[in-house]
Ligand binder design. Structure first.
Ligand code: ZN
Ligand code: ZN
Length: 220
């Protein structure tokens, strides 16, 4: 049986060392993890410090870059010539029809358990599904996340995925900085420039700026 996700074979090159990326399957606690890694990491005597990508993440990124609601192998094969994994984790897409597109890696997983507490998000973040505001909560007395208050009023028989997902404060800071074109979030600037953020059930967000502008952030 052919695995349809092998469409990445030969398409991905490491920007650190020039080797191709190859597919890696690992079984851990009965679960199967599929990753794409620089081949230099598997070769004896070779080393590379490039970022690995899970196959799910790669598919989600490709869908986002190609403007598709979900990954479609035939469209990917037809439109993308090569992908280069840059040193900072960004992906540079070279399109079959010419031109390039860049996907910026916000390295959110690195920030997962960073404790930040941002008052500026208060009364700014709303669930797109139920319209209720996001509230802040402390998780295991360590890190802070935001959740839709509407979830609390949902009965146990109802699916919590009908609301926007929980978002760590540190992720919201990173995404908001990116949406405002900055490296670090300026809390006062955020309060002045962002009117509200609406969170979709799939985790994507719409930023409504005070000057009337709207911008979309897509979760990968
Ligand atoms: Zn490499
Ligand atoms: Zn909600």
């Amino acid at each position: 049986m052919l695995n349809p996700t092998y469409c990445f074979t030969g398409k991905i090159t490491c920007g650190c060392c020039g080797m191709p990326f190859s597919r890696n399957t690992r079984i851990s606690k009965g679960r199967r993890y599929i990753q794409w890694v620089c081949r230099a990491k598997k070769e004896l005597g070779m080393h590379c410090s490039s970022v690995n990508f899970s196959e799910d993440t790669l598919e989600a990124i490709c869908a986002q870059v190609l403007g598709l609601p979900s990954f479609q192998e035939d469209i990917f094969m037809a439109q993308v010539a090569t992908i280069t994994v840059e040193q900072n984790g960004n992906l540079l897409f070279t399109m079959a029809g010419g031109g390039t597109r860049e996907w910026e890696n916000l390295h959110l997983s690195r920030y997962r358990h960073t404790t930040t507490v941002t008052d500026a998000f208060q009364d700014k973040v709303f669930c797109a599904a139920c319209g209720k505001p996001y509230h802040r909560v402390k998780c295991a007395k360590k890190w802070i996340y935001w959740y839709c208050i509407g979830k609390k009023r949902t009965g146990a028989d109802q699916d919590p995925s009908h609301h926007g997902p929980n978002i760590p404060d540190s992720h919201l800071r990173r995404i908001s900085a990116y949406m405002m074109g900055a490296e670090e979030l300026n809390d006062e600037g955020f309060k002045a420039q962002v009117e509200r953020i609406t969170v979709q059930p799939d985790g994507s967000m719409e930023y409504h700026f005070t000057d009337g502008r709207k911008a979309q952030w897509q979760k990968t």
